[in-house]
Design a binder for this molecule. Structure first.
Ligand SMILES: NC(=O)c1ccc[n+]([C@@H]2O[C@H](COP(=O)([O-])OP(=O)(O)OC[C@H]3O[C@@H](n4cnc5c(N)ncnc54)[C@H](O)[C@@H]3O)[C@@H](O)[C@H]2O)c1
Ligand SMILES: [Zn+2]
Length: 395
């Protein structure tokens, strides 16, 4: 079994992250008062490079920064109702500061909106607004809006600029970074898409106050995943602070998101188009996708399915000899404190097998399964689904 190491080439500086000194490492710029950038994380991709900027209660400033950076006359602001009614006006005020015409396009809430119909509606609106290749898209919301609006930007007139303003934990540390955009088909999730890097990612942690706690926890699952595959220090930080994170203690949220974003950025920098390393981000996702598919993508949040999937992956990693004993238990205890479910629904083994076998990460009858190599390190192994789920396995 071939296993690729992850997380071994980090600089010492990065490894020190989360120690008291290192929590003010290179990405930090202190700002006094509200409306300032508190943290910056670079995403270095040559001419497609951009920055993730984090602040608090600074949406209007964010709008002004985006307007100045884009320098465009026309901006389509793509968002969803729960986010639009709280935050769109403030962001729009900033976006208009350089005289740009800003049009708000509100798509219905929920993953079901990430479809070809809504995509066609966006193109239609873009044309009605007279958008051209100098126009830009700004997405304000969770991963759904980011993926849909980003894909519209990737494809309209063969690609126009876009900027992400994520408002869920999941979108802040995962979906908004790395340029993966796309929509679902009736046959499956994320089957049509494009790589299209945003021009920038602007995070306002103040928006998390209105995000339901269950959604915060689901986002925390991806953060725990990032720590589990890449950074034991971040994992320890979350072990010490997970309750404060869910309660939105700003210090803890900034530190955790800063590092979470930096991990995603680093993985994307080394493997922009998912040739290998980026696969590590799928830790826990093999089983998660099966769980989500069985549930018909209803009633269970993605992060909750990932939580169950990580427990499964850690357990199998221990059994296959990749991870030391105790890895699963350590992961479980953090996930439980993060108010996440750890047991996959009790279904027959064959149900999981068939769902896993249709997963798109399949290659020649085998699947690329991400294994834990202990907290903070991961690799992949090519394995047959039936070997991955042994007879008699119980969730
Ligand atoms: N492109 C990528 O690399 C990538 C990575 C991971 C996930 N994704 C995609 O992201 C999507 C999931 O993203 P998500 O979890 O952010 O879901 P989401 O976008 O549906 O948001 C979750 C819910 O929270 C609401 N919401 C968002 N921000 C809010 C706020 N600040 N206050 C109150 N309510 C708020 C939304 O309206 C929605 O009801 C999936 O479609 C998944 O495929 C993409
Ligand atoms: Zn995920």
């Amino acid at each position: 079994m071939a296993v690729k190491r992850g997380g071994s080439k980090r600089s010492n500086n990065e490894k020190k992250m989360m120690t008291k000194k290192a929590s003010t490492h290179g990405t930090v710029r202190h700002g006094r008062g509200l409306g300032r950038v508190r943290r910056r994380v670079p995403v270095r991709l040559g001419e497609r490079s951009y920055e993730i900027q984090l602040g608090q209660d600074w949406l209007e400033t964010v709008g002004r920064k985006i307007a100045a950076d884009l320098g465009t006359e026309r901006i389509a602001l793509v968002t969803v109702p729960p986010v639009a009614r709280r935050y769109a006006s403030t962001l729009t005020r900033g976006l208009q500061s350089k005289g740009a015409k800003v049009s708000r396009i509100v798509v219905p809430d929920g993953d079901a909106s990430k479809n070809l119909g809504q995509l066609a509606r966006l193109y239609d609106q873009f044309l009605k607004l007279g958008m051209d290749r100098q126009s830009a898209v700004v997405t304000l919301g969770g991963g759904v809006v980011g993926d849909l609006g980003g894909f519209a930007a990737a494809t309209f007139l063969r690609g126009i600029p876009f900027v992400q303003v994520p408002t869920t934990v999941l979108a802040m540390v995962d979906a908004s970074i790395g340029g993966k955009t796309g929509v679902n088909l009736p046959q499956g999730k994320n089957l049509v898409g494009a790589f299209h890097q945003p021009r920038g990612v602007y995070i306002d942690i103040g928006t998390l106050k209105s995000l339901p706690r269950r959604q915060r926890a689901a986002g925390a699952a991806e953060l725990i995943k990032a720590a589990a595959i890449w950074d034991e220090k971040l994992f320890e930080f979350l072990e010490a602070n997970i309750e404060r994170f869910l309660d939105l203690d700003p210090k803890v949220v900034f530190a955790a998101l800063d590092r979470g974003c930096a991990i995603k950025a680093e993985v994307v920098e080394r493997d922009e188009r998912e040739g290998g390393l980026r696969r590590l981000l799928n830790f826990g996702h093999t089983l998660a996708h099966a769980v989500e598919a069985h549930a018909g993508y209803r009633g269970i949040l993605h992060g909750e399915a990932v939580s169950m999937g990580m427990v499964f992956a850690a357990e199998r990693s221990e059994a296959m000899g990749f991870a030391p004993d105790g890895t699963r238990d350590r992961l479980c205890s953090l996930l439980e404190r993060a108010e996440l479910p750890i047991h996959a629904p009790d279904r027959p083994r064959r149900a999981y097998l068939s769902a896993i076998s249709v997963d798109k990460k399949k290659e020649g009858g085998k699947i690329h399964f991400v294994v834990s190599k202990g907290i903070g390190s991961a690799g992949t192994t090519l394995i047959e689904a039936r070997k991955l789920i042994p007879t008699g396995w119980r969730a």
